[in-house]
Design a protein around this ligand. Structure first.
Ligand code: GTP
Ligand code: MG
Length: 545
C-alpha cells in the first residue's frame, strides 16, 4: 500500500533545458493548439519523447514479485508509471518522475560477470533484474499487458456478440488499435536508439512515423523510425557580413543520399556490434529510401530506421490530422485494413500486393467523394494553412493546416454500415484502367501512366504510391470488394443474437465479412432462398460463377 501511495505521488514533469527551449520557440503555436483542445502530432511526439527519456526497460525473472520489484526500484527515484509485458521473457517498462531516476540506476547497476563468453561493455537502458536470494521468489503477482492483437477467430467471436453493426465497427477498432502501453514501448525503442546515435550526433532525435503514430496503427505493426538531424544548432547560425567567424570542418560527399547512406551504415553497424537485443540487422542502403531493418527483441518490434525522410513524416502528419477529424475515418480505415489482411489482400512481406498505406489513401479518397464529403481534400487543407504551416521539401509543396479546429466539416451523417457497403461498391466498380486516385483534388484524374493501380502520392505528385501493385493483385482486390458488397447487402439473414451450432454466438454482420470461407457459402444459400438481387451485383455474381 505504501508503495502504491509513493507511486501515486505524481511529481510534475521536469523538462530538459533543450526541450524547454524548443517549447518556448513553439509556445504560441502550442498554446493555441492547447486552447483548441486537439493535440498536434508535434505536441504528442514531444511529450512522448520526454516520457521515454525518463524510462528504462528491465528484463525480469518470470516469477518476479511486483511489490518487491517496485520497492527495489524506488531506491533509485520516484516512479511515475510502470507496466509489465511478455516478449521473449517478461519485461517491465518503468517511467521515473525525473531523469535523475534513470541516471541513478545507470550509475548503480553492475556489469555482468560471465565466465564462458566475453561481453561488449556498451551500457544502455535495457537492464536485467537478478534475484540473488537463495530461496526462489514468491508467487508472481504480475499482470502482463498484451502486446499483440486478438486472432481473427477471437475477433469474429467478439464482433458476433455485439448488438449492432456500428458497435461491431467500434469494437473492431478498439481491439486492433495500439494500446497506451504499446505506444509507450514504441517511443522507448526510439529513445534507446537515440542513445546509440547520440555519441555521433548529440542533437539528433529519433521519431516514430507511419502507423505507429498516424492514428491507424494496429497492435503488432512495424515501427518506422526517422533519424532527424534538422535540429542541429549550427545550421541556423548566421555568418557575419564582415570580420572573423568560425565554422565546423566537415566531410563533404556529393549527394544528400550519400550522407544518409553513411549515417545509416554507421548506426546499423553499431546496432550489429553493440545493440543489446537488436537482432537480424540488415542495412538496406540502396533502396529508394535507404534504411536499417532489425528486430528489437526486448520489445518484440520489427523496426525500420530511416534518415532524411521528411516527406514520409509529413504524410504521417497528414494522416494523423485526417484520423482526428471524424471518428468514422479511423473506424473505416481499421475495418478495411483488417478485412484486407484477413483475406490476404495485404501482407507483411513486401511484394506486388496493395500496401496498408495505399489502402488508407483509398479510404480517404472515398470519404472525400461522399456527398456531402466527410473529409476535405488536401488542396482545401492547404488553402486553410497559416503562414507558419508553410512547408516545402525538396521542391514539393507539403503545406496544409495544422490546427484541426480551423477545418469546417460538412455535416455528413451516414452510418458506418452504409459507408462500408458503399466503399466496397465504389472500389468494386472504379474505373482503374483510365483513372487515378487523387486525395489532393478529391476527384479521380486521368491516369498519367500504365500501372494497374494509380494513386497519386499526395506530396511527391509525380509518384504513384501503388506502383508495386500488379494486375492480378488488383483483380483479387476488386472481386473481393464486389463479393463483400454483395455479402453486406445479404447480411440481414442472420440476427445479432442467435447461437451457432457450437453454442457460441452466430457470426453476423461484420463478423461474416471476415470469415473467408463464408462468402461463397452464404452466397450459395442466399441465391437459393432469397428474391432477386440488385442488377449490378447480380451480374458480378454471374461473372464469379
Ligand atoms: P503498416 O506498417 O503496414 O501498419 O502501415 P504504415 O502506414 O506504417 O506503412 P509502412 O510501414 O509501409 O510505411 C511507413 C510510412 O511511410 C507510411 O505511413 C507513409 O507515411 C510512408 N510511405 C509508405 N509507403 C509509401 C509510398 O509508397 N509513398 C510515400 N510517399 N510514402 C510512403
Ligand atoms: Mg509501418
Amino acid at each position: 500500500h505504501k508503495i502504491e501511495t509513493l507511486l501515486c505521488r505524481g511529481v510534475k514533469t521536469q523538462h530538459t533545458a533543450a526541450a524547454a527551449q524548443m517549447k518556448t520557440v513553439n509556445k504560441v503555436k502550442h498554446d493555441e493548439k492547447e486552447k483548441e483542445g486537439g493535440k498536434s502530432l508535434y505536441d504528442v511526439q514531444v511529450e512522448r519523447q520526454q516520457q521515454a527519456e525518463r524510462s528504462v526497460l528491465i528484463s525480469c525473472p518470470s516469477r518476479t514479485n511486483k511489490e518487491r520489484f517496485l520497492k527495489h526500484l524506488l531506491k533509485y527515484g520516484d516512479i511515475k508509471t510502470h507496466f509489465f509485458y511478455e516478449s521473449i521473457g517478461v519485461y517491465a517498462v518503468v517511467e521515473f518522475s525525473s531523469k535523475e531516476g534513470v541516471a541513478s540506476i545507470l550509475e548503480r547497476a553492475s556489469i555482468p560477470s560471465v565466465s564462458h563468453e566475453s561481453m561488449v561493455p556498451f551500457k544502455s537502458r535495457v537492464l536485467s533484474l537478478r534475484n540473488l536470494d537463495k530461496i526462489s521468489n514468491q508467487q508472481s503477482s504480475i499482470q502482463l499487458q498484451p502486446q499483440s492483437s486478438a486472432s481473427t477467430n477471437e475477433l469474429i467471436q467478439r464482433l458476433s456478440r455485439e448488438k449492432s453493426f456500428d458497435q461491431q465497427i467500434t469494437s473492431l477498432a478498439e481491439s486492433y488499435q495500439l494500446t497506451e502501453e504499446n505506444t509507450r514501448l514504441r517511443f522507448l525503442v526510439c529513445s534507446l536508439l537515440k542513445d546509440v546515435a547520440a555519441p555521433f550526433f548529440p542533437e539528433c532525435t529519433i521519431k516514430p512515423f507511419g502507423s505507429s503514430v498516424n492514428g491507424f496503427g494496429k497492435m503488432g505493426c512495424d515501427l518506422d523510425m526517422f533519424l532527424d538531424l534538422d535540429g542541429i544548432s549550427g545550421r541556423k547560425v548566421k555568418q557575419p557580413k564582415l570580420g572573423l567567424s568560425l565554422e565546423y570542418q566537415m566531410k563533404m560527399v556529393n549527394t544528400e543520399r550519400r550522407v544518409t547512406q553513411s549515417i545509416l551504415s554507421v548506426i546499423g553497424e553499431c546496432l550489429i556490434q553493440f545493440g543489446p537485443g537488436c537482432e537480424g540487422v540488415q542495412k538496406i542502403l540502396n533502396a529508394r529510401c535507404p534504411l536499417v531493418r532489425f528486430n528489437h527483441q526486448p520489445s518484440g518490434l520489427q523496426c525500420d530506421l530511416t534518415a532524411n525522410n521528411r516527406v514520409a513524416m509529413k504524410s504521417t502528419e497528414l494522416l494523423h490530422l485526417y484520423s482526428e477529424l471524424d471518428p468514422r475515418v479511423r473506424q473505416l480505415v481499421f475495418t478495411v485494413r483488417c478485412w484486407a489482411r484477413t483475406h490476404g489482400i495485404t501482407s507483411k512481406i513486401p511484394g506486388a500486393w496493395i500496401t496498408n498505406f495505399s489502402l488508407t489513401m483509398m479510404v480517404l479518397f472515398f470519404l472525400q467523394k461522399r456527398s456531402p464529403p466527410i473529409i476535405p481534400t488536401l488542396d482545401q487543407l492547404r488553402d486553410l494553412a497559416d503562414p507558419e504551416d508553410k512547408c516545402n521539401i525538396e521542391g514539393n509543396d507539403c503545406t496544409f493546416v495544422s490546427i484541426p479546429s480551423k477545418i469546417q466539416l460538412k455535416g455528413n451523417t451516414e452510418t458506418m454500415e452504409n459507408l462500408l457497403g458503399e466503399f466496397f461498391e465504389f472500389y468494386g466498380t472504379f474505373s482503374y484502367t483510365n483513372m487515378s486516385i487523387n486525395i489532393r483534388k478529391g476527384k479521380e484524374q486521368n491516369k498519367p501512366e500504365v500501372s494497374p493501380l494509380h494513386i497519386q502520392n499526395p506530396f511527391e505528385i509525380s509518384l504513384n504510391v501503388a506502383k508495386n501493385v500488379n494486375a492480378s493483385q488488383l483483380e483479387r482486390f476488386v472481386s473481393l470488394c464486389r463479393e463483400s458488397a454483395w455479402l453486406l447487402q445479404h447480411a440481414h439473414d442472420k440476427s445479432p443474437s442467435s447461437l451457432s451450432g457450437s453454442g457460441g454466438p452466430q457470426p453476423w454482420g461484420l463478423a461474416t465479412l471476415l470469415q473467408p470461407s463464408q462468402i461463397a457459402a452464404i452466397k450459395r444459400r442466399t441465391r437459393t432462398s432469397q428474391g432477386p438481387v440488385r442488377q449490378t451485383l447480380k451480374s458480378w455474381v454471374e461473372s464469379l460463377k
